[in-house]
Structures are given as C-alpha cells and as structure tokens.
Design a protein around this ligand. Structure first.
Ligand SMILES: [Zn+2]
Length: 137
C-alpha cells in the first residue's frame, strides 16, 4: 500500500487501540494486512516519503506527539523505511515479511487514487475526533 494509507490506518488503529503500547504493536500488523491486499504503488519515492512525513507531523500536531494516533501512524508506516534506508538485507532480501516474501506483495487491485481517498477520509476522521472522546465510533 502507499505510505499515506499506512499512516492513516495506523492512526485509526491507534485511536481504536486507545493506548500507545497497543498502537505501537498494532502498527506493523496493519502494515502487513494492507500489503497483503493486491494494490498499485506510487513510484515516486519523493511523494511517498514526504507524504508520510507530513501526515505523521499532522497527527503529532493535532493529536499530540505521543498520542496513540501519532504512534500508530508512525508504527504502521515505519516498515516502508527499509525502502529508503540502508538496512541489512539478509539473503539479499528486505526484512519486513510483505517486502521479503515476493508472493505477499502483489501489484494490481486497489488503485493508488482509491488508497489516497481512503487515507484522506480516515485522517479527517482521526484528526477531527474530539481529544477527550472515550470511544471512536
Ligand atoms: Zn510495505
């Protein structure tokens, strides 16, 4: 999936999880689940990188730097850092399961525009939620 949808699902997951620790644990699970769905990626690393930075910064600014929403957004998008950082590649392959095992990350299916739209809807829902809300939906 595209980075902005990983940030958005992590933020929504963090809001639902309600605690930083659960948001942190849920993030990579949400990343894996999203990557398993066949999808189109955005080829621009510049767009992917900057959209991730801007959206995590938006979550930090609106929900708080250590909020479950910001931590969830960061934790769900962090696995994609290995596409740009010089991390170890045992056996010549990347680390995160959906990046490492070819069949787990398939091209096709959900178009990039639909992922961007879904990310926008989720993020608006997360950032517009009252800070003292006990339940999300
Ligand atoms: Zn990924």
């Amino acid at each position: 999936m595209i980075v902005s949808l990983h940030v958005a699902t992590g933020a929504a997951g963090g809001a639902l999880a309600g605690t930083r620790l659960r948001a942190l644990a849920l993030g990579p699970v949400l990343h894996l689940a999203a990557d398993l769905l066949p999808h189109h990626d955005i080829r621009s690393r510049k767009f992917e990188g900057w959209s991730g930075v801007v959206l995590v910064a938006l979550l930090a600014a609106t929900r708080g730097v250590t909020s479950p929403e910001a931590i969830g957004g960061l934790a769900a998008s962090a696995p994609d850092l290995e596409h740009v950082l010089p991390l170890p590649r045992p056996g010549g392959r990347k680390l995160f399961p959906s990046h490492r095992v070819g069949g787990l990350h398939q091209e096709g299916g959900v178009p990039a525009w639909a992922q961007l739209a879904a990310a926008g809807i989720l993020l608006v829902a997360v950032v517009s939620r009252p800070r003292n809300a006990k339940r999300y939906w």
